[in-house]
Design a protein around this ligand. Structure first.
Ligand code: CAA
Length: 258
């Protein structure tokens, strides 16, 4: 397997686990870390042996943001010419389901990375925030858009304008996270969820993700049409035949395309 400097990468059965590993910087996301995460998850996306991915950090910090020290002295032309943060877009184009397992701080780019995943499972010690305003900037990895989609205008404005943090329970109430679990079991819980996903037909999981994501980019009637056409297309697959036959025969399905 490829060696990385800032992340640990493992395969647990059919689940890929990416663990951010810059403990001294609370997993601050420098450019090298960004490129490694994108490369590792892209490899998993292309690997037929991987059915889902979990991205996690440490118990203290999922990630405390983009690396402030790396950016601090840059000028406009440098940021523009490098199109700083653009590589993250690659992460949002992947087809494999990706779960964020968030313990501790998920701030700035950390919160934005979690929101680029398909869903977030939070430890009860999780703290989400977009505190960029305290640094004289605004979110730059999609936070002003994805947080607003996730929790609505009122809370997004509150968080982004004041820079305050949201704890795990508020994040769950607001719809930012799908589940809150004890901090010590957040990775285990995310791996279990990923394992369930990886036991399904991979192409069906991929189109399911595509259909949900269409809700963010299309109007309702176009989105519903998109969904229905995908639904129809699945009747050309062996896994639909197997899934429905297994139900009728009262047994567990054995999906071919896992
Ligand atoms: N970038 C670079 N280094 C960071 C960092 C970051 N985002 N966050 C923490 N670190 C470093 C600290 O500088 C410190 O390093 P040193 O020991 O070398 O000084 C180390 O991690 C530990 O941090 P603290 O001593 O600050 O730990 P703490 O427990 O006292 O506080 C914290 C934790 C509240 C998370 C605090 O570290 C903090 O406020 N971090 C910055 C949070 C932030 O502003 N994030 C947004 C970044 S900008 C961004 O993300 C832009 C975007 O939209 C993409």
């Amino acid at each position: 397997a490829q060696q990385y400097e800032n992340i640990l990468v493992e395969l647990r059965g059919r689940v890929g686990l990416v663990t951010l590993n810059r403990p001294k910087a609370l997993n601050a996301l420098n450019q090298a870390t960004m490129n490694e995460i994108v490369a590792a998850v892209s490899d998993m996306d292309a690997d037929p042996g991987v059915g889902a991915v979990v991205i996690t950090g440490s118990e203290k910090a999922f990630a405390a943001g983009a690396d402030i020290k790396e950016m601090a002295s840059k000028g406009y032309m440098e940021m523009y010419a490098a199109d700083w943060f653009r590589a993250w877009e690659n992460l949002t184009r992947l087809r494999i389901p990706v779960i964020a397992a968030v313990s501790g701080f998920a701030l700035g780019g950390g919160c934005e990375l979690a929101m680029m995943c398909d869903f977030i499972i939070a430890g009860d010690n999780a703290k989400f925030g977009q505190p960029e305003i305290n640094l004289g900037v605004i979110p730059g990895m999609g936070g002003s858009q994805r947080l607003t989609h996730a929790v609505g205008k009122a809370k997004a404005m509150d968080m982004i304008l004041t820079g305050r943090f949201m704890d795990a329970n508020e994040a769950e109430r607001a719809g930012l996270v799908s589940r809150v679990v004890p901090a010590a079991s957040v990775v285990e819980e995310a791996l279990e969820a990923a394992d369930v996903i990886a036991s399904k037909s991979k192409p069906v999981a991929m189109v399911a993700k595509e259909a949900v994501n269409a809700a963010f980019e299309t109007g309702l009637s176009q989105g519903v049409l998109f969904e229905r056409r995908i639904f129809h297309s699945l009747f050309a697959t062996e896994d639909q035949k197997e899934g429905m036959a297994a139900f009728t025969e009262k047994r567990q399905p054995e999906f071919k395309h896992r």
